[in-house]
Design a protein around this ligand. Structure first.
Ligand code: G3I
Length: 300
């Protein structure tokens, strides 16, 4: 196949990108995004600061813009994200304890209610661990260690049709403390029946010759717990072709690796725009990394 989405579909997977609502008027951008991808994540527009700027006042205008753009083109959508220490509504900063816990629950119900039955995945909780594998000390963590499982139980009730994911960065190296901390949480959730369907590995890599240690082992180990895995925010500084090809191959080698999402379309669209991390250059041309990814998808 000659596009990333069609190539991934040959093995029953998707290939996605993050989209920013503010770029939907850029025809170079929408031409590439519309041609190459079949899964879309809103880069910022479904995060709590955007969707619930004031308590109980929800705003889905930019999130819906992306949802409509994607689904009109037959693409699916990953929701990102419901509970996170960053990009919180400012009013979450003024409350704590049981009031913040209730606000989180109400937020999940409000946003998931709006998108009920419409999305393929939700990143229910994002980036809740420290590098050493302990829990990040956020205001949400301060509401009690059970905040993550409460978020997932709330999410399952709010929309039983969507797959519920835990999403994080620096959980790609199997020997790393943070990877092991997240692994233990998923293992614990599965053993106690806390609803969780998938783990998102953000896959923000620093360019080099090789992948983080035993990357494929990490994918297969999470999958062996009974969850899907996905690469959810891929970018690689300097677009190392060997790393791009290798991370794609690792996903293809793991049956429960359901898809790959790159975190933007052109280098100039990236949050790391000065590090040339994506598959298209600023002019919208395919880079060598694009070919390495496409070849790995087509070989699967
Ligand atoms: O919306 C305001 C706009 O009104 C203002 O004029 C402008 C001025 O700088 O800022 C705009 O907000 C920015 C927003 O992106 C939208 O462009 C924020 O300052 C900026 O901080 C924000 O950055 C986003 C970042 O998450 C924030 O944490 C990036 O676009 C987004 O790519 C990035 O994505 C995260 C994932 O959600 C989670 N994993 C890591 C990943 C990369 O950091």
């Amino acid at each position: 196949a000659s596009t990333l989405g069609a190539a991934a579909a040959q093995s029953g997977r998707y290939f996605g990108t993050a989209v920013a609502a503010g770029r939907l008027g850029d025809s170079t951008y929408t031409t590439i995004a519309g041609r190459e991808f079949n899964m879309i994540t809103a880069e910022n527009e479904m995060k709590p600061d955007t969707t619930e700027p004031q308590r109980g006042v929800f705003n889905f205008s930019s999130g819906d813009q992306i949802y409509n753009w994607a689904t009109q083109r037959g693409m699916k959508v990953r929701g990102h994200t419901l509970a996170w220490h960053s990009q919180q509504p400012s009013w979450w900063g003024g409350i704590s304890g049981s009031a913040l816990r209730q606000a989180m629950i109400d937020h999940i119900n409000g946003v998931m209610g709006h998108y009920k039955g419409k999305l393929a995945y939700w990143d229910v909780v994002n980036e809740a661990f420290n590098e050493d594998g302990s829990r990040r000390q956020s205001n949400l963590q301060a509401t009690g260690n059970d905040w993550i499982e409460v978020a997932f139980r709330t999410a399952r009730n709010a929309d039983p049709s969507v797959k519920l994911c835990y999403n994080d960065y620096n959980i790609e190296n199997w020997s790393y403390g943070k990877t092991q901390g997240v692994y233990r949480m998923i293992q614990d959730f599965k053993s106690r029946g806390v609803p969780i369907d998938c783990v998102g590995l953000q896959t923000h890599f620093t360019g080099g010759s090789s992948l983080p240690g035993n990357f494929q082992t990490t994918l297969s180990s999470f999958a062996a717990l009974g969850v899907d895995v996905a690469l959810t925010e891929v970018d690689v500084t300097n677009s190392s072709t060997s790393q791009y090809g290798g991370l794609t191959q690792a996903c293809m080698n793991v049956p429960r690796c359901v898809g790959i999402t790159v975190w933007g379309v052109r280098d100039s669209d990236s949050w790391r725009s000065n590090e040339s991390p994506l598959l298209f250059d600023g002019g919208g041309n395919k880079k060598a990394a694009y070919t390495s990814v496409l070849n790995a998808l087509n070989a699967a």
